[in-house]
Ligand binder design. Structure first.
Ligand code: 11C
Length: 335
């Protein structure tokens, strides 16, 4: 069986990746409808050997659509409910519905069965949450996680196409001795880092930091896991990195942790310090797996573990995860 698929935000950084991954994974597409803002309507987009014309997103555009993949942004609040009402199952990459108790929040390696409970919308978690929970799940199953302290090093592409261009332009301008004028980020991002992603919220944490706290508990089905996060933008184009410190109820040695991580789905353990092997954005981009390295026991507490988690946040952190959810919908027959 094949399906009518709409991609909303098809011209953006995540939208482009969605199209690439649908084609790569031979997703059973009967018809494809690339949707975007009025500004992008009329653009030509290649897919699976054909060319498609981008249409403006309207409520009517979802008539007859089986699966609507929303890349994220304001279109979700405006059109996701409308798309579901018109019969499409929505996989939404925005933060609009993630914490809604009626909306499953799914990472296929962690809570695949949750897709079965959808009522028309399934949420794709935040990119920095996705890669962290993929790596936390096997540790949680083996030793029960009590607390996580995470610091992120997030690539500019997490903030979209314009942010990618901003980094390139600033590097050029600075090399030419020119002054830079930040547009997307609040400060110069080239040769700098910015400990501020998304807007500031409760207790002076950013919304990005709260997403990591709240989404983790929902995906892992465990409100007892304590998470505290510091999220930082770094001048890297692609792949988010995370330093993750974990406290567990039962002792898990570094050796055991490496074993359970290596046999978990979607993970590649890259951890050989003597050979200088550890995950880096340079080598994890354009890959679907979550890379884990620098796995060490935390010498400062009884049951503690440190690890370094890197993944392509446009792929596993967004588009790949969304397409995997769509594949689960087919597998579980819940379209
Ligand atoms: C970033 N994590 O890197 C953000 C992008 O809630 O889906 C994704 C925002 C979200 O800027």
């Amino acid at each position: 069986k094949k399906f009518n698929v709409a991609v909303v935000g098809a011209t953006g950084a995540v939208g482009q990746e969605l199209l690439k991954i649908l084609a790569e994974r031979n997703f059973p597409v009967k018809s494809l409808k690339p949707l975007a803002t009025q500004r992008s309507a009329g653009k030509q987009i290649p897919f699976g050997g054909n060319t498609y014309t981008v249409e403006a997103t309207t409520a009517q555009a979802f008539d007859g659509v089986d699966i609507a993949l929303f890349a994220g942004g304001s279109a979700s609040k405006e059109f996701a409910i409308e798309a579901a009402t018109r019969g499409a199952v929505v996989v939404d990459n925005s933060s609009a519905f993630r914490m809604d108790p009626k909306v499953p929040l799914v990472v296929p390696e962690v809570n695949p069965e949750d897709v079965k409970n959808h009522q028309g919308i399934i949420a794709n978690p935040n990119c920095s949450t996705i890669q962290m929970v993929v790596a936390l799940k096997p540790i949680h199953d083996a030793a029960k996680i009590k607390r996580v302290v995470v610091s992120t090093y997030q690539a500019v592409s997490g903030a979209g196409k314009e942010a990618i261009d901003e980094l390139t332009e600033q590097v050029k301008e600075l090399a030419e001795g020119k002054e830079v004028v930040p547009k997307v980020f609040p400060y110069q991002i080239a040769f700098n880092l910015i400990p501020h992603i998304d807007v500031f919220a409760d207790m002076d944490y950013t919304k990005e930091e709260w997403k990591m706290v709240n989404e983790t508990k929902k995906i892992m089905h465990d409100d007892s896991i304590q998470v505290t996060a510091t999220t930082v933008r770094v001048p890297v184009y692609r792949s988010h990195s995370e330093s993750v410190n974990i406290e567990t109820e039962r002792k898990i040695t570094a050796e055991e942790a490496k074993k359970v991580l290596a046999s978990a789905p979607g993970i590649i353990v890259l951890d050989d310090p003597r050979e200088k092997k550890y995950p880096m954005p340079l080598f994890t981009s354009d890959r679907d797996e979550v890379f884990v390295g620098r796995i060490r026991e935390d010498n400062s507490i009884e049951n503690g573990l440190n690890m370094w988690v890197v993944a392509d946040q446009l792929r596993k952190g967004a588009a790949t995860n969304a397409v995997q959810i769509a594949e689960l919908l087919i597998k579980y027959n819940c379209l």
